[in-house]
Design a protein around this ligand. Structure first.
Ligand SMILES: NC(=O)CC[C@H](N)C(=O)O
Length: 356
């Protein structure tokens, strides 16, 4: 059945429907990973976005139980060049089971060129090349985080009664981020993004993790001040949206990247070791370099391609954060060691508390 990816400026790219033929407008973005389409579509950070896959064949290994990053796909739609739909576990059928639209047979290279020239541009997959969109989605709306954060605290227990307790501020966390902590023996409590910081404190966290999540980090500006007393004392780690939020809370600023970093092979340099890690990324915003006060922050990681800030460590508070994904699902595991560094920080803090 004929379909079109239609941009808000009216340009239309033809293809055929896959998934559910439903018009859902979203910001059109692109990701360059060769695999991982199931993890990408179920990553809550993509809420409100139509994801274009640059790899030309998508769906070729079906969908696999246990590989999802959440209970369902969250993106507004997908755009692919060719979709392999052989079996019952095929990507198109799976998207349809969740009511998510897609389009295949699209000249995705042309779409990517357009998105690179017009970052942040929105579009819709429609049956008609001239659809009428009532309202284009706004990344500054809180609705994206609201739709994917837990509604009440959820605990992931640990058998070890001495396990470090991580309170995870959930802005739309990926399952593999929680897994990265539980497999290291942590007890994890996910709390909704709006949780009163006093309540967070009463949970007696050893560490705080600020998660990934959808939308513009500035949608969460009203909450930042409340977290500052916590992050001044409790070891805190931020990932992607969480990194942007910690930076905003402690005085830096964020801005939109020209067309985002999305894929599984983004090179990031760690100046302190000279090492380059290949990282998994998915972000449209970044911490503005000129807003980082280097008497307060060390810039721990930089993107090799465009020099943008990819990691920060605070000089006075026990806070560090990265723009890329150390849980890397999909993606290479170069940066996984950051979870060990976080736990090391927590352990040291505990020793000080016991012996200090
Ligand atoms: N993966 C994420 O946490 C994304 C963060 C934010 N929504 C951005 O696009 O920059």
């Amino acid at each position: 059945m004929e379909a079109y990816l239609v941009f808000e400026d009216g340009e239309a790219f033809p293809g055929v429907w896959i998934g559910t033929p439903r018009e859902v407008p979203g910001e059109v973005v692109f990701t360059t990973g060769m695999t991982g389409y199931q993890e990408v579509t179920t990553d809550p950070s993509y809420a409100g976005q139509i994801v274009t896959f640059t790899y030309p064949l998508i769906g070729n290994y079906g969908t696999v139980r246990g590989e999802s990053e959440s209970d369902r796909p969250h993106c507004a739609g997908i755009v692919v060049s060719e979709c392999w739909q052989e079996t019952g576990s095929g990507l198109g059928k799976w998207l349809d089971a969740h009511g998510v639209p897609g389009i295949s047979g699209v000249d995705t290279r042309a779409v990517v060129k357009k998105v690179r020239e017009n970052g942040g541009i929105r579009g819709v997959i429609a049956s008609d090349p001239h659809p009428r969109v009532k309202e284009w989605p706004d990344p500054l709306s809180l609705q994206w985080v609201e739709g994917v954060s837990v509604k009440e605290p959820v605990s992931e227990p640990s058998e070890d009664s001495d396990a470090p307790h991580i309170v995870l501020l959930d802005f739309g966390v990926k399952a593999s981020m929680v897994r990265s902590l539980t497999k290291r023996g942590c007890r994890v409590t996910k709390v909704p993004y709006f949780t009163d910081p006093k309540k967070v404190e009463r949970l007696a966290p050893d560490g705080l993790l600020f998660s990934n999540g959808p939308g513009d980090p500035k949608a969460l500006l009203p909450f930042l001040e409340g977290w500052v007393p916590l992050i001044r004392r409790i070891p805190s780690m931020g990932i992607c949206l969480g990194h942007q939020l910690l930076a905003l809370a402690l005085g830096a600023d964020t801005e939109r990247l020209p067309f985002g970093h999305r894929g599984s092979n983004h090179p990031v340099r760690e100046p302190s070791t000279g090492k380059v890690w290949i990282t998994s990324q998915n972000h449209g915003y970044t911490v503005r370099t000129s807003s980082v006060d280097t008497s307060d922050w060390e810039i721990t990681h930089l993107h090799v391609n465009d020099g943008s800030v990819e990691g920060l460590a605070h000089r006075h508070f026990p806070v560090f954060s990265v723009q890329f994904h150390p849980e890397a699902h999909p993606g290479p595991a170069d940066a996984e060691t950051l979870f060990d560094r976080f736990l090391e920080k927590i352990r040291k803090g505990k020793e000080v508390a016991v012996h200090g």
